[in-house]
Design a protein around this ligand. Structure first.
Ligand code: SF4
Ligand code: SF4
Ligand code: FES
Length: 514
């Protein structure tokens, strides 16, 4: 717990955390100091001068708040005429050559420059000479599009590639009004986190090829989610919108701050994995190649349940879904396997966020004691005449091809979010809601239990996996039954999982795979 100190802002006493600079400390108590170049993940650069404040203790008349640590008894001035004038002057300076193209800029509605103009400037331009023309719509690589004219030269993007990815593809060249951000000749952005510069850029100078011009920022609904792209479980915003006469569609994932999981960033692959929530989905139930109702498919599947059917659960399922499916296996008296080696891409992880394991909840399998070994799976497969898979895509990276021939001779029932090799060859296919359309909890590879809520509300909602397990005969499907089962395996879990996730105790996390 950080030490709290008292200081004065515009004569009013406030209590803030020590050890922070003025921008971060005052933000927590609802006081904004405008800034462009400072970012908590990149540190203070001091180049934009937008954060100048007054301190009544004999220091120079104005100091940058980004470089000024809070101190007990400090008297900070934010509202004097002098501060307001300097903010207005800095804004005028930033806007001298800035194109007035907010109506066609992708950043409009979430642009710091636009917001600051309205708050701290709001004066007409005094410029009578033509603005300096610079590069437009420049392909910087990795799906990043740059507009040099909109850039305020805060250097956040440059510092990201130097300090965070340590790839250094970006630089600022030339001086004064000829200064511009660029890549080095023949060396475009080339790292797996490049699209973070789009979030870092306070203006519309860095945009994403994937997102630009697809939606206006103010039409999007922002829900909190957990990326299911790998076992890191990065925290994300799911930005989605239901346009008139259309379905609820996800338009982008963005990073959501969680200090103990992903910090301020996510990888590009995870960011773009929202496409898979919109596309390639299994939407209709099928029995023997013919579309039918989900009820009909579930009834057909129920008839096939018995001791000779192997149940397969996915490491993508939430803990809640796993509990319901495990209870179904126990009720039917059959084996349950979490075998899913196909989700592991050996050597793909980078020791930071990206992990080899491309599933979100393998640790949950271990926590619930669900065997995921190939040997047990093989043995169970040999002694079974049918398989029911709960969203376990055995062939996800095609490493499961050795099972293809065996499965071709067996009755396959696929309960699945997506069309895949298994559903194509299944006698019975049952569609289910994906993680953005349902809620649940997952344990990441560091033993952090995190909860996610339902974000997307489809026009025709699909049943979630727990509901399907219940329809198939699972005795544990209600929220309260599942909650009490969760508490049995996770004793440190109190009523709700905290916003930042719950770090499991050492003994609870003992089974979390490395
Ligand atoms: S492109 Fe954006 S992040 Fe980079 S220097 Fe310009 S304004 Fe800052
Ligand atoms: S590192 Fe993994 S969890 Fe994080 S954004 Fe990338 S794919 Fe998603
Ligand atoms: S944020 Fe302090 S100088 Fe830019």
């Amino acid at each position: 717990m950080a030490e709290m100190i008292k200081l004065f802002v515009n004569g009013v006493e406030v209590e803030v955390e020590s050890g922070k600079n003025l921008i971060d400390a005052l933000k927590v108590v609802g006081i904004e100091i405008p800034h462009f170049c400072y970012h908590p993940a990149l540190g203070a650069d001091g180049n934009c001068r937008m954060c100048l404040v007054g301190i009544e203790d004999g220091r120079p008349p104005l100091v940058p708040a980004c470089k000024t640590p809070v101190a007990p008894g400090m008297k900070v001035q934010l509202d004097t005429g002098k501060i307001k004038k300097i903010q207005q002057d800095m804004m005028e300076f930033q806007l001298i050559n800035h194109p007035i193209d907010c109506p066609v800029c992708d950043q409009a509605g979430e642009c710091t420059l636009q917001d600051y103009y309205m708050t701290y400037d709001a004066q007409d331009s005094r410029m009578t000479v033509p603005v300096v023309s610079k590069g437009k719509k420049m392909d910087f690589g990795c799906g990043v599009v740059h507009d040099q004219e909109r850039c305020v030269l805060c250097a956040r993007c440059v510092r990201f590639t130097r300090l965070i990815t340590k790839t250094g593809e970006l630089g600022i060249v030339n001086r004064s009004d000829e200064a511009r951000v660029t890549t080095f000749p023949g060396r475009p952005l080339n790292n797996r986190y490049a699209l973070n510069v789009v979030d870092l850029c306070p203006v519309g100078a860095m945009t994403s090829q994937d997102f630009r011009f697809k939606q206006r920022a103010w039409f999007l609904t922002r829900d909190k989610g957990i990326c299911h792209g790998c076992s890191k479980g990065c925290n994300i915003f799911i930005d989605h919108n239901r346009e008139k006469y259309k379905d609820d569609i996800i338009y982008r994932f963005r990073p959501r701050l969680n200090e103990q999981v992903n910090g301020y960033f996510i990888c590009d692959e995870g960011r773009l994995s929202y496409h898979a929530e919109n596309e390639g989905r299994l939407l209709a139930a099928r029995v023997d190649g013919k579309d039918c109702s989900v009820d009909h498919a579930v009834q057909a599947a129920r008839k096939a349940l018995g001791p000779k059917i192997l149940m397969l659960v996915s490491p993508e399922c939430s803990i809640e879904e796993m509990i319901a499916i495990k209870a179904l296996a126990d009720a039917v008296g059959t084996k349950l396997s979490g075998y899913s080696d196909g989700y592991i891409k050996a050597g793909d992880g980078d020791g930071w966020l990206i992990q080899d394991d491309k599933s979100a909840n393998r640790a949950g399998l271990a926590k619930l004691g669900i065997d995921a070994t190939k040997e047990t799976f093989n043995g169970a497969l040999n002694s079974s005449d049918a398989v029911i898979s709960f969203n376990n895509d055995l062939f996800i990276h095609d490493t499961g091809s050795e099972f293809r021939q065996k499965l071709e001779k067996m009755k396959v029932i696929a309960v699945s979010t997506h069309n895949n090799t298994l559903t194509q060859n299944a006698a019975i296919a049952i569609p289910v809601a994906s993680y953005s359309e349902s809620s649940g909890s997952v344990i990441n590879k560091d033993g952090i239990l995190q909860h996610f809520g339902r974000a997307v509300q489809k026009n025709t909602p699909l049943a979630d996996m727990t509901q399907i397990a219940g329809m198939l005969g699972s005795p544990i499907v209600t929220e309260s039954d599942i909650a009490s089962e969760m508490k049995k395996v996770l004793p440190s879990l109190t009523e709700v999982i905290p916003e930042g996730g719950l770090k499991l105790t050492e003994s609870e996390a003992a089974h979390v795979p490395a």
